[in-house]
Design a protein around this ligand. Sequence first.
Ligand code: ADP
Ligand code: MG
Ligand code: ZN
Length: 502
Amino acid sequence: MKTLQQVLEDWEAIIGLEVHTELTTLETKMFCGCRLSHDDEPNENVCPICLGLPGALPVPNEKAIESIVMAGLATNCQVMRRSMFYRKHYFYPDMAKNYQTTQGPIAFVMHGHLDLEVNGEGAQERPDATVKKASDGSYVAPIRILRIHMEEDAAKMNHLGGVEGRIGGASESLIDYNRCGTPLIELVTEPDLRTPEEARLFMEKLRQTFLTLGISDCSLEKGSMRCDGNISLRRRGETTFGTKTEMKNLNSFKSLHDALEYEIRRQAEVLEEGGVVYQETRHWEPSKRRTVVMRVKETNDDYRMYPDPDLAPFDLSDEFIERCRARVPELPDAKRDRYVRTFGLKRDHAARLAGDPAVARFFEETVADADEKLAGVVANVVLNIVPAHPGVDVHQARVISELLAADAVTFAQAHEVLEATAGTDVDPETYVDEHGMRQSTDADALGAIVDEVLARCASQVQQYRSGNKKVVGFLVGQCMKATGSAGNPKLFSQLLVQKLDG
Ligand code: ADP
Ligand code: MG
Ligand code: ZN
């Protein structure tokens, strides 16, 4: 097979995503009062409604509708004032009613968009001139969202005795209806994505947005956020779409990217050999790094969709919509821009902090009234040191940031100190002093050591002067050794360069 780069020179990939998100932060299911919890004993949280017993009548969960409207507002969608629930029929034991309650042509929220900032290596996946690229190769891709509709999840099936929990070869199947009736929102994008990287970024941005809204725990691994990737190819310059396949089992950002990449290369090979791409559902096998056919795609006609006579058309009032709008918190992009403005952070640091609401909260508590220099260090500490040491609290993160900003400890020492103090009430500064770790920043004392090192490392000095600037690293190492690691390496480096260049 050709590489992705080779394929994309001749072909344009057309990608659309369908993303299901369980509203895991709600208390109860979509149409009944059963507790929303998947961790209880199997079939603990069930009732006549979610078991589909005759005569049981559904009642929509208002909180779930608040959540989907918030999701729509956060993704620039239009809120549809009137929509309906439909029955989508299929026979399978994971849905005892034999139909899923979902929405028809009109969803609660429709016609939105998210703008993706694509940069770095990922931007190179898009070689064409259909987007304007900045001088560093980065570009913005506006991705339209067709709709987000409300539906309910099915029960969890447990196939025993087969391979990897799949039904083929299984000796028996167990059903847990705790998950049945879980409020689920499905977002469908327009086919606007053009590379696996754009698809990955879209999913990441959506996850950050939903996490910030607090409507789901958004776990790809646990399956509370699931993504199907639709993909087709067309020759560059063509305007009509080719036949698409739909990819399932994309339960990590890497799987999403790699499955799409594989499928683009596979379809290109089929088409270049004169074959046809069949409209089918394919399963990504991460261990074998390939997709295999699951089933030929069913059409909408197979589902016999019709409005659910048990659920009246739904009218959303202005008051309800405004209440939802008021509950939408500051979103990741706005938060990123504020961090850049207020704290002078680097844009990518700001974006990473703003992308996860828990990290953002921790950062804001730690950074409180810091100046720009300290804020930059706090950002670095929160992103690159704290995650390695679970249990570090805000006070500890702040103290270590101040010590770093004052050059009193090195980055490596900061790790060491937090490793020792995380989860305890020991103050990092006390720890540093008790262990004699404080770095000397006395320029006179360090200058004497620099002179001594330069005097005995004549050959490295020679190398530096003939252009090998990297040799400074070695000289810093010698200085550190001479002080038993008590000197500040950054200061040593500055002093060395001053003296070598002077
Ligand atoms: P289906 O009826 O097969 O589910 P939809 O029209 O509902 O198809 O589209 C499902 C998803 O597939 C959407 O995200 C859409 O953007 C995407 N899509 C539609 N047509 C194509 C195509 N030709 N190539 C790639 N993606 C497509
Ligand atoms: Mg569809
Ligand atoms: Zn129930």
